[in-house]
Design a protein around this ligand. Sequence first.
Ligand code: PLP
Length: 390
Amino acid sequence: MIPYGKHHIDEDDIQAVVDVLKNGLLTQGPLVDAFEKAVAEYVGAKYAVAVSSGTAALHLANLAAGVKAGNSIVTSPITFVASANAARYCGGDVFFADINPNTINMSPESLKDVLSKNLNVRVIIPVHFAGLPCDMASIKAVADHIGAVIIEDAAHALGATYPNGKRVGCCENSLMTIFSFHPVKAIAAGEGGMITTNDETTYRKLIRSRSHGINKLDDPLHVLAEAFTDGERNPWYYEMQELGFHYRITDIQCALALSQFKKLETFINRRRELVKNYDLAFSGMKNFHPAQMSGRDQSGHHLYVLSTDFKKIGLTRSQVMKKLKEHGVGSQVHYIPVPMHPYYQKLGHNMNNYPNAQDYYNQALSIPLFYDLTSDEQKKVIFTIDKIIG
Ligand SMILES: Cc1ncc(COP(=O)(O)O)c(C=O)c1O
């Protein structure tokens, strides 16, 4: 079976992990720092903080941005639930802005409508869906009107660039950007996440809150009488200065992530090639088209999503997925819109407010896209799709 997505592990990756197991520190060691430095330098941000998952990154980012009971965030309905849940962990309310049907990203116009409703929005969380960068300049202009902070969810978009050529993660139009290193993403750490920022206060807060809220770096101490004896710092002494979490990533995971990171451009170039092949092969087909119709030149190409009118072709999506599976071709749906989940329904969300997201969801089908997909496998995917829905 050809899956819709898969990681690629080579001998260098295996050796990097074995080296840590044989010689290194298992948890927070030099490879965490090295991975943070490598990503910060690559994306063009001053600071990077590595954590245990993309979800942990979102949680800490919401916390650092001041999300709490009484204020709220706005994100896209077409994303994984984690983009919205992180604000709920902090007690904040969640609202959604509909998508642009051409890019499947948050529409700045829809965001403007939502913000006009005085919902005490503190944070906007645009999601670079499938690796395609959002229209950040427009989103920033809308957010600035109410002084909202932006956290970019770039879980899909490591390696993607904005129209001006800068890399996603540079935080040119945001306070923070988060990444995920879950195995189907651009690079794998097993599980892992990262937050990038250019703001030193935010960086210091993130470093503390990933490790219980204990003072780190050269944070000033609060209780000097306990901290010092005869003018010298007590060697055992530390302070938990605020409520934090245990979201640390290990050196084992960072060894893998760093080794994978060296191959990022190779991974993305192959994905780009595969996307071109699909686009070319599908350009003449009348029953479906790529869901993201514009902007994919700058994408990290995390997913290839087709859009098809299942009613028109006389097959349900479930029937199509089963038929593909019978022919050895995996497929998936990204995503069930977040406001559609029972938890968010109970909070009063209604899909009628997001007609573009609803249309997209009705028609979406992700097909195989990953570094190791061979030309023969891709030909098989194209042939099978043509046979079933072409
Ligand atoms: C858009 C988006 N944001 C956040 C996450 C959470 O990342 P993680 O699985 O590393 O916690 C995911 C994971 O799939 C995602 O797709």
